[in-house]
Design a protein around this ligand. Structure first.
Ligand code: SF4
Length: 302
């Protein structure tokens, strides 16, 4: 595998904190990180981003109202999403493609925020909302900057008893459901847990494809948390060394939807990966045809 040494990134070195989103981008694809942070060629906002951000903003306002003891109507939830979605589209000056169905997306967002309200608003006990934290980790010079979506008092049973621990929650808009183990293996939630000093964590997953709400509660075990922090240290080390290795084939996050698709050296590698995957499919399809033909002949001769 080729290793490209890139100019020293100014990002992490220049700031007095480490941005979690920067680490996250590197983990998704080091080349994405290189284009975005080192060359400064930032991906423009797109509809997905605006959608997620409008859901977050609407739920943030709802949570703050709950903290202030105000009762909410379903109309509040719908109007809030609509307001943030439309404002962001205007402000970000998005180029809307023919395939972008804005009214459909708006309806989906309204329904999802409404659903979240229905499932959570009457039971959630918010203690902090969108709270900024600087998390210090052993062996890392600078603190990690995080915004924790929600810290709540736990009204739920945990390990057979009513827990008094706080729960940290991250709200996700996603096209897929999450697995039950996702929270316990998440670096983001490991950092949230460290910031708040708890081990209970959850994702509130709003599935925009299915239009469903899925709360996934997990426990951050100290050994897993230590493993995740160790991975964090190694990622940081790689960024500081300027190492920029494309993701391993098979783990490849590339699709033509990637903003850097046209200019990225990675686009050459996926061609090879896709080509061999295509050949493999054809080979398997060929074998299946052969087997079908053989079983037909066997039936005829029987
Ligand atoms: S095209 Fe692939 S390798 Fe290149 S930046 Fe995008 S995801 Fe990364």
């Amino acid at each position: 595998m080729e290793i490209n040494l890139v100019p020293e990134t100014e990002t992490i070195k220049a700031r007095d904190y480490i941005s979690f989103s920067e680490i996250r981008k590197y983990e998704i694809c080091p080349l994405k990180h290189y284009y975005h942070y080192v060359l400064g060629d930032k991906e423009p906002a797109d509809l997905n981003l605006v959608f997620g951000s409008a859901v977050h903003s609407a739920i943030e306002v709802l949570l703050r109202s709950i903290m202030d003891g105000k009762s909410l109507t379903h109309g509040d939830a719908s109007n809030l999403f609509r307001h943030f979605f439309q404002t962001e589209i205007k402000e970000k000056d998005l180029s809307i493609g023919a395939e972008d169905n804005i009214p459909h997306l708006e309806r989906t967002g309204v329904n999802l925020v409404y659903l979240w309200c229905l499932e959570r608003a009457s039971t959630v006990l918010p203690v902090q909302v969108e709270q900024k934290y600087l998390v210090t980790l052993p062996g890392i010079e600078k603190p990690v900057l995080m915004y924790v979506d929600l810290v709540e008092a736990n009204g739920e049973m945990f390990e057979g008893r009513a827990s008094t621990d706080l729960v940290v929650t991250d709200i996700k808009t996603s096209k897929t459901d999450y697995a039950l183990h996702n929270p316990s293996l998440s670096l983001q939630l490991a950092l949230y847990c460290k910031a708040v000093g708890t081990r209970l964590c959850r994702f509130d997953v709003l599935n925009k494809k299915k239009g469903t709400f899925q709360p996934v509660l997990g426990v951050m075990y100290p050994s897993v948390q230590e493993y995740l922090f160790d991975r964090f240290r190694k990622t940081l080390e790689s960024i500081n060394l300027g190492i920029c290795i494309p993701p391993a084939p098979g783990e490849w996050p590339c699709t033509p939807n990637c903003y850097y698709w046209s200019k990225c050296a990675g686009t050459k590698i996926p061609d090879i990966v896709f080509e061999s995957a295509r050949e493999e499919k054809l080979r398997i399809a060929g074998l299946k045809e052969l087997l079908k033909a053989k079983s037909k002949t066997r039936r005829k001769t029987a």
